[in-house]
Design a binder for this molecule. Structure first.
Ligand SMILES: [Ca+2]
Ligand SMILES: [Ca+2]
Length: 326
């Protein structure tokens, strides 16, 4: 008679373990590619499913529009979570890519959608928001999802190494390329020195997703089925890809995949995981996977046909907000 009770107890434990939402801090260069907007949509969809809790959103690139935080808040508000803390990096990523044109969509999201964020330069500082958010969490409970420059993470680690080690369970990074890159990948190029610091010194496990993962997939047109009041749809409409709206032809879904990895982990049916080595960046941002010795690094490859993962991301991207009042 004891076995069924034990079995039921085991099931209960498994169910409760699964029911606990993953606590995520999203660190984004919301300004350039619209996949940052798409990744935030995926995180909200996962939050709607009870799988994730978005603790804070931090921006890591100083955009001339000064409206990255407003774009983030417009998306959070659309999903009924306009109170999520937002921090901005006042220096911005230090690499050459920061001297680009203003974002194609941030100002439009600021002006055309409900939100109440201040201009980026008047928002709380990235490091302060990290400090406040992490210090309130239980030890070993937070997953950081990084889909832009690693500048904030370098600053955080330099200022609060003990806090990072205590509170962060895992860092998931979209950046670099594996097993090696011929040219520096965009997120790394934004701040190569920060990438070197994070790879060499960050104290928690780090899961890397190179450019080749998102480059094999495409999302965007799924948003055509969503209302025009959806700011993520608008971001994809304004951000051009090969001269046409990403809403029509889609865009590689790099950051969406990282958001899924941060919450659901390396699901066996979707991912192959490579470990027993370490990621190395040179000072120009070239990336390489070395097996000379181990760090707490892994990188992912898509298992099998990428269309399966692409479909999952596309459907999360276009999932209607659950909390939004109509
Ligand atoms: Ca708000
Ligand atoms: Ca990004």
């Amino acid at each position: 008679m004891k076995l069924p009770v034990l079995f039921a107890a085991a099931l209960f434990v498994a169910a409760t373990a699964h029911a606990e939402p993953v606590k995520v801090i999203f660190d984004t260069d919301m300004a350039n590619d619209c996949d940052d907007a798409g990744a935030l949509a995926v995180l909200h969809a996962l939050a709607d499913l009870g799988e994730a809790e978005i603790l804070a959103v931090i921006t890591n690139r100083k955009d001339p529009s000064n409206a990255s935080a407003a774009a983030v808040d417009a998306i959070n508000t659309w999903y009924g979570r306009g109170e999520i803390p937002i921090g901005t990096d006042k220096d911005g990523a230090t690499g050459a890519a920061k001297r680009g044109r203003p974002s194609e969509y941030c100002a439009a999201l600021r002006d055309g959608f409900p939100q109440d964020a201040k201009p980026d330069d008047a928002m709380p500082d990235a490091l302060d928001v990290y400090r406040e958010t992490l210090s309130r969490q239980e030890d070993g409970s937070v997953v950081i999802c990084s889909v832009g420059a690693l500048s904030n993470l370098e600053d955080l680690f330099r200022a609060e190494p003990g806090l990072v080690e205590a509170k962060v369970r895992k860092l998931c990074v979209m950046g670099g390329g594996f097993p090696r890159t011929a040219r520096p990948e965009t997120n790394i190029k934004l701040d190569p020195a920060a990438a070197v610091t994070v790879t060499n010194e960050w104290p928690t496990p780090v899961l890397w997703q190179g450019y080749e993962v998102g480059a094999a997939m495409n999302n965007g047109p799924e948003l055509l089925a969503t209302p025009e009041e959806n700011p993520v749809r608008r971001a994809y409409q304004l951000r051009l890809h090969h001269g046409r709206p990403s809403l029509e032809i889609g865009k590689p879904n790099h950051d969406l995949a990282t958001a899924l990895l941060a919450v659901r982990g390396t699901q066996e049916d979707l991912w192959e995981v490579v470990g027993d080595g370490r990621v190395v960046f040179d000072s120009d941002g070239h990336c390489q996977w070395n097996t000379d010795w181990k760090r707490r690094h892994q990188y992912v490859r898509i298992k099998g046909y990428p269309g399966k993962l692409e479909d999952i991301l596309g459907s999360l991207l276009a999932e209607p907000p659950k909390l939004r009042q109509r």
